[in-house]
Design a protein around this ligand. Structure first.
Ligand SMILES: CC(C)(COP(=O)(O)OP(=O)(O)OC[C@H]1O[C@@H](n2cnc3c(N)ncnc32)[C@H](O)[C@@H]1OP(=O)(O)O)[C@@H](O)C(=O)NCCC(=O)NCCS
Length: 187
């Protein structure tokens, strides 16, 4: 497996990256279900100067990809991350996150953050009314048997820093996570 800049992919590979985005989030109502939605999202990482992305490849085959959105001066958003369902649980997602972190750290970024929705019941927060005392809910957040990316990110050192109640409808929050990046030697 190798990791290349998204803007070096061929048009066919970008189309495949869009397919992976659609299929990877197929279990989530907030996924990329509308006609052309996944294609537009993938294209934004080629067209928008505040966005860039990396792709994991096996030969010519795209295994997954990860995006970076330059938001604050010293904190950038990881968005999106998706691995082809046929290539999951083989370390591709972990390798993509590591490559993105290295890129962000080299640019002087101190914090990488992300939002990971629970609109399908992957965590104990699903179906709950999180107000009042939203922040106190974070301590009790666990993954359900359906599995959720929050477990993947925790394993990589990300912690839950906030919740957006009802982001995707009643009882369907977005879970905000962040990680401090190691300073580069020159920082
Ligand atoms: C989340 C995702 C990117 C992980 O990529 P991956 O290549 O499958 O992950 P890795 O093989 O690097 O996983 C490393 C470890 O993370 C954990 N992990 C990975 N996916 C997980 C999941 N869906 N639920 C719970 N834990 C998970 C496991 O501990 C795994 O180790 P193991 O396979 O030895 O048990 C991938 O499952 C995916 O694309 N999911 C759909 C889209 C999505 O949820 N994206 C993130 C939303 S912001």
């Amino acid at each position: 497996m190798r990791i290349d800049a998204f803007d070096t992919l061929s048009p066919d590979q970008v189309a495949d990256a869009a397919r992976i985005l659609r299929e990877g989030f197929a279990h989530m109502p907030s996924g990329f279900h509308g006609p052309g939605e996944a294609e537009a999202e993938a294209a934004s990482f080629l067209d928008d100067e505040d966005r860039s992305a990396l792709a994991a490849l096996d030969g010519e085959r795209v295994l997954g990809w990860i995006g970076l959105v330059r938001t604050y001066s010293h904190a950038w958003e990881l968005h999106p991350l998706v691995v082809d369902p046929a290539a999951q649980r083989r370390g591709v997602g972990t390798a993509l996150v590591a490559a993105l972190e290295a890129r962000a750290a080299a640019a002087g970024v101190l914090t990488l953050y992300l939002g990971t929705d629970d609109d399908y019941g992957g965590t104990s927060l699903f179906g709950q009314d999180l107000f009042p005392g939203v922040a106190e809910r974070i301590a009790g957040l666990t993954e359900t048997a359906r599995g959720h990316a929050v477990a993947f990110y925790r394993r990589l050192g990300y912690e839950v820093v906030g919740l957006v109640p009802d982001a995707n409808g009643p009882g369907r929050p977005d879970i905000l996570m962040a990680k401090r990046l190691s300073p580069t030697p020159s920082a």
